[in-house]
Design a protein around this ligand. Structure first.
Ligand code: PGA
Length: 250
Protein backbone atom coordinates (compact mmCIF):
# COMPACT_ATOMS: atom_id res chain seq x y z
CA UNK A 1 0.00 0.00 0.00
CA UNK A 2 1.39 3.37 -1.02
CA UNK A 3 0.94 6.17 1.51
CA UNK A 4 -0.72 9.11 -0.17
CA UNK A 5 1.02 12.48 -0.28
CA UNK A 6 -0.64 15.86 -0.50
CA UNK A 7 1.64 18.79 -1.27
CA UNK A 8 0.73 22.45 -1.49
CA UNK A 9 2.60 24.41 -4.15
CA UNK A 10 2.30 27.98 -2.98
CA UNK A 11 4.12 29.28 -6.07
CA UNK A 12 5.06 32.98 -5.81
CA UNK A 13 2.43 33.78 -3.19
CA UNK A 14 2.57 34.91 0.46
CA UNK A 15 5.12 37.12 2.17
CA UNK A 16 7.15 35.55 5.00
CA UNK A 17 4.68 36.70 7.67
CA UNK A 18 1.67 35.63 5.60
CA UNK A 19 3.28 32.24 4.96
CA UNK A 20 3.81 31.64 8.68
CA UNK A 21 0.23 32.63 9.42
CA UNK A 22 -1.12 30.33 6.70
CA UNK A 23 0.80 27.28 7.86
CA UNK A 24 -0.06 28.00 11.50
CA UNK A 25 -3.73 27.89 10.51
CA UNK A 26 -3.19 24.51 8.84
CA UNK A 27 -1.44 22.68 11.69
CA UNK A 28 -4.49 21.66 13.74
CA UNK A 29 -6.63 21.05 10.69
CA UNK A 30 -4.27 18.43 9.22
CA UNK A 31 -3.00 16.94 12.49
CA UNK A 32 -4.88 13.67 11.99
CA UNK A 33 -3.91 13.17 8.36
CA UNK A 34 -3.56 9.61 7.09
CA UNK A 35 -1.25 10.88 4.32
CA UNK A 36 2.04 12.74 4.13
CA UNK A 37 1.43 16.51 4.18
CA UNK A 38 3.86 18.94 2.56
CA UNK A 39 3.81 22.69 1.96
CA UNK A 40 6.13 24.33 -0.56
CA UNK A 41 6.49 28.07 0.09
CA UNK A 42 8.85 30.41 -1.75
CA UNK A 43 12.48 30.07 -0.69
CA UNK A 44 12.48 33.19 1.46
CA UNK A 45 9.48 31.92 3.43
CA UNK A 46 10.97 28.49 4.11
CA UNK A 47 12.85 29.28 7.37
CA UNK A 48 9.78 30.85 8.98
CA UNK A 49 7.51 28.03 7.85
CA UNK A 50 10.00 25.44 9.13
CA UNK A 51 9.91 27.13 12.54
CA UNK A 52 6.14 27.23 12.53
CA UNK A 53 5.66 23.53 11.67
CA UNK A 54 8.02 22.19 14.33
CA UNK A 55 6.38 19.37 16.25
CA UNK A 56 3.61 19.00 13.66
CA UNK A 57 3.14 16.44 10.87
CA UNK A 58 3.65 19.05 8.14
CA UNK A 59 6.82 18.74 6.07
CA UNK A 60 8.33 21.53 4.03
CA UNK A 61 9.37 21.52 0.38
CA UNK A 62 11.12 23.97 -1.91
CA UNK A 63 10.01 24.89 -5.42
CA UNK A 64 13.35 24.39 -7.17
CA UNK A 65 16.93 23.21 -6.65
CA UNK A 66 20.06 23.74 -8.71
CA UNK A 67 22.17 20.87 -9.96
CA UNK A 68 25.54 22.11 -8.75
CA UNK A 69 26.59 22.04 -5.09
CA UNK A 70 27.82 25.64 -5.13
CA UNK A 71 29.30 28.21 -7.45
CA UNK A 72 28.54 31.10 -9.77
CA UNK A 73 24.83 30.47 -10.33
CA UNK A 74 23.19 33.73 -9.35
CA UNK A 75 19.67 33.33 -8.07
CA UNK A 76 19.85 29.57 -7.55
CA UNK A 77 19.67 27.33 -4.47
CA UNK A 78 21.69 24.18 -3.84
CA UNK A 79 20.41 20.92 -2.41
CA UNK A 80 22.73 20.97 0.59
CA UNK A 81 21.36 24.41 1.56
CA UNK A 82 17.83 23.06 1.55
CA UNK A 83 18.85 19.95 3.44
CA UNK A 84 20.75 21.87 6.12
CA UNK A 85 17.75 23.94 7.16
CA UNK A 86 15.40 20.96 7.21
CA UNK A 87 13.67 20.91 3.84
CA UNK A 88 12.44 17.40 2.97
CA UNK A 89 11.01 17.81 -0.54
CA UNK A 90 11.60 19.84 -3.66
CA UNK A 91 9.35 20.38 -6.67
CA UNK A 92 11.30 19.91 -9.90
CA UNK A 93 10.29 20.67 -13.48
CA UNK A 94 6.97 22.32 -12.77
CA UNK A 95 5.37 23.35 -16.08
CA UNK A 96 5.69 27.01 -15.09
CA UNK A 97 9.47 26.51 -14.79
CA UNK A 98 9.47 24.72 -18.14
CA UNK A 99 7.35 27.44 -19.75
CA UNK A 100 8.86 30.64 -18.30
CA UNK A 101 12.35 29.70 -17.12
CA UNK A 102 13.76 27.44 -19.79
CA UNK A 103 13.55 24.21 -17.81
CA UNK A 104 14.04 21.18 -20.06
CA UNK A 105 13.79 17.42 -19.58
CA UNK A 106 17.58 17.41 -19.26
CA UNK A 107 17.75 20.06 -16.53
CA UNK A 108 14.90 18.28 -14.74
CA UNK A 109 17.07 15.16 -14.72
CA UNK A 110 20.11 17.10 -13.42
CA UNK A 111 18.07 18.75 -10.67
CA UNK A 112 16.46 15.45 -9.70
CA UNK A 113 19.86 13.82 -9.32
CA UNK A 114 21.10 16.78 -7.29
CA UNK A 115 18.12 16.58 -4.92
CA UNK A 116 18.67 12.86 -4.40
CA UNK A 117 22.38 13.44 -3.75
CA UNK A 118 21.49 16.06 -1.13
CA UNK A 119 18.94 13.79 0.57
CA UNK A 120 15.92 15.87 -0.43
CA UNK A 121 12.97 14.01 -1.99
CA UNK A 122 12.18 15.24 -5.51
CA UNK A 123 8.62 15.84 -6.65
CA UNK A 124 9.13 15.57 -10.41
CA UNK A 125 6.42 17.20 -12.52
CA UNK A 126 5.39 15.88 -15.91
CA UNK A 127 2.37 16.63 -18.06
CA UNK A 128 1.19 17.34 -21.56
CA UNK A 129 0.14 20.68 -23.01
CA UNK A 130 -3.31 21.22 -24.52
CA UNK A 131 -1.80 20.96 -28.01
CA UNK A 132 -0.09 17.69 -27.17
CA UNK A 133 -3.35 16.27 -25.83
CA UNK A 134 -5.20 17.40 -28.96
CA UNK A 135 -2.49 15.88 -31.15
CA UNK A 136 -2.95 12.56 -29.36
CA UNK A 137 0.60 12.47 -27.97
CA UNK A 138 -0.15 12.65 -24.23
CA UNK A 139 1.31 9.20 -23.58
CA UNK A 140 4.43 9.89 -25.66
CA UNK A 141 4.96 13.23 -23.89
CA UNK A 142 4.72 11.98 -20.31
CA UNK A 143 6.68 8.86 -21.21
CA UNK A 144 9.55 10.94 -22.64
CA UNK A 145 9.50 13.38 -19.71
CA UNK A 146 9.55 10.51 -17.22
CA UNK A 147 12.29 8.54 -18.98
CA UNK A 148 14.62 11.53 -19.24
CA UNK A 149 13.91 12.68 -15.67
CA UNK A 150 15.03 9.27 -14.35
CA UNK A 151 18.21 8.87 -16.46
CA UNK A 152 21.11 7.57 -14.34
CA UNK A 153 18.93 7.19 -11.24
CA UNK A 154 19.12 3.82 -9.47
CA UNK A 155 16.07 1.72 -8.66
CA UNK A 156 16.61 2.29 -4.94
CA UNK A 157 16.59 6.05 -5.40
CA UNK A 158 13.77 6.00 -7.95
CA UNK A 159 11.43 4.27 -5.50
CA UNK A 160 11.46 7.31 -3.22
CA UNK A 161 10.94 9.94 -5.90
CA UNK A 162 7.44 11.41 -6.10
CA UNK A 163 6.03 12.09 -9.57
CA UNK A 164 3.35 14.74 -10.11
CA UNK A 165 1.24 14.32 -13.23
CA UNK A 166 0.06 17.82 -14.07
CA UNK A 167 -1.64 18.33 -17.42
CA UNK A 168 -0.62 21.88 -18.33
CA UNK A 169 -4.11 22.73 -19.56
CA UNK A 170 -5.55 21.97 -16.11
CA UNK A 171 -3.18 24.13 -14.06
CA UNK A 172 -4.79 27.22 -12.61
CA UNK A 173 -7.52 27.06 -15.23
CA UNK A 174 -10.30 25.51 -13.20
CA UNK A 175 -10.35 22.70 -15.80
CA UNK A 176 -9.57 19.51 -13.94
CA UNK A 177 -8.80 16.34 -15.82
CA UNK A 178 -11.62 13.91 -15.15
CA UNK A 179 -10.72 11.31 -12.56
CA UNK A 180 -10.56 8.68 -15.32
CA UNK A 181 -8.31 10.82 -17.53
CA UNK A 182 -5.98 11.54 -14.62
CA UNK A 183 -5.90 7.90 -13.54
CA UNK A 184 -5.20 6.74 -17.09
CA UNK A 185 -2.16 8.98 -17.51
CA UNK A 186 -0.87 8.19 -14.00
CA UNK A 187 -1.13 4.54 -15.08
CA UNK A 188 0.89 5.27 -18.23
CA UNK A 189 3.56 6.93 -16.08
CA UNK A 190 3.60 3.92 -13.74
CA UNK A 191 4.00 1.59 -16.74
CA UNK A 192 6.95 3.71 -17.89
CA UNK A 193 8.55 3.29 -14.46
CA UNK A 194 7.86 -0.43 -14.71
CA UNK A 195 9.66 -0.58 -18.07
CA UNK A 196 12.62 1.26 -16.54
CA UNK A 197 12.86 -0.44 -13.16
CA UNK A 198 10.44 -3.37 -12.95
CA UNK A 199 7.25 -4.01 -11.01
CA UNK A 200 8.59 -3.49 -7.50
CA UNK A 201 9.61 0.12 -8.10
CA UNK A 202 6.47 0.79 -10.15
CA UNK A 203 4.31 -0.47 -7.28
CA UNK A 204 6.20 1.59 -4.70
CA UNK A 205 6.53 4.93 -6.46
CA UNK A 206 3.96 7.59 -5.63
CA UNK A 207 2.28 9.50 -8.44
CA UNK A 208 0.29 12.61 -7.60
CA UNK A 209 -2.25 14.37 -9.75
CA UNK A 210 -2.14 18.16 -9.99
CA UNK A 211 -4.20 20.71 -11.89
CA UNK A 212 -7.17 22.47 -10.35
CA UNK A 213 -7.54 19.83 -7.65
CA UNK A 214 -9.77 21.30 -4.98
CA UNK A 215 -11.95 20.53 -1.96
CA UNK A 216 -14.85 19.51 -4.20
CA UNK A 217 -13.09 17.15 -6.62
CA UNK A 218 -10.24 15.73 -4.50
CA UNK A 219 -12.11 12.74 -3.13
CA UNK A 220 -13.01 11.37 -6.56
CA UNK A 221 -9.50 11.89 -7.93
CA UNK A 222 -7.81 10.39 -4.87
CA UNK A 223 -10.03 7.29 -4.97
CA UNK A 224 -8.44 6.21 -8.26
CA UNK A 225 -5.98 3.32 -8.07
CA UNK A 226 -3.08 5.07 -9.79
CA UNK A 227 -3.42 8.46 -8.05
CA UNK A 228 -1.39 8.55 -4.84
CA UNK A 229 -1.90 12.14 -3.86
CA UNK A 230 -2.11 15.67 -5.13
CA UNK A 231 0.06 18.65 -5.93
CA UNK A 232 -2.22 21.53 -5.14
CA UNK A 233 -1.76 25.12 -6.27
CA UNK A 234 -4.62 27.58 -5.74
CA UNK A 235 -6.54 25.51 -3.19
CA UNK A 236 -3.42 25.10 -1.03
CA UNK A 237 -3.48 28.81 -0.23
CA UNK A 238 -6.62 28.36 1.87
CA UNK A 239 -6.13 26.36 5.06
CA UNK A 240 -9.69 25.08 5.10
CA UNK A 241 -9.68 23.87 1.47
CA UNK A 242 -6.25 22.32 1.85
CA UNK A 243 -7.34 20.44 4.95
CA UNK A 244 -10.41 19.05 3.15
CA UNK A 245 -8.11 17.70 0.41
CA UNK A 246 -5.77 16.21 3.03
CA UNK A 247 -8.71 14.53 4.73
CA UNK A 248 -9.76 13.03 1.39
CA UNK A 249 -6.38 11.31 1.05
CA UNK A 250 -7.01 8.13 3.00
P1 PGA B 1 -3.54 24.58 -9.44
O1 PGA B 1 -1.95 24.36 -9.58
O2 PGA B 1 -4.00 23.62 -8.37
O3 PGA B 1 -3.72 26.00 -9.08
O4 PGA B 1 -4.14 24.22 -10.77
C1 PGA B 1 -1.39 23.11 -9.48
C2 PGA B 1 0.09 23.22 -9.69
O5 PGA B 1 0.52 24.00 -10.56
O6 PGA B 1 0.90 22.54 -9.01
Amino acid sequence: MRKKIIAGNWKMNKTPSEAKALVAEMIDKVANAACDVVVCPTAICIPGVLDAVQGSNIKVGAQNVHFKESGAYTGELAGNMLKEIGVDYVIIGHSERRQYFGETDETVNLRTKAAIAAGVTPIVCVGESLLEREQGITAETVCRQTKVAFLEISADDAKNVVIAYEPVWAIGTGKTATADQADEVCGIIRDTIKDLYGAEVADAIRIQYGGSMNAANAEELLAKPNIDGGLIGGASLKAEDFSVIVAAAK
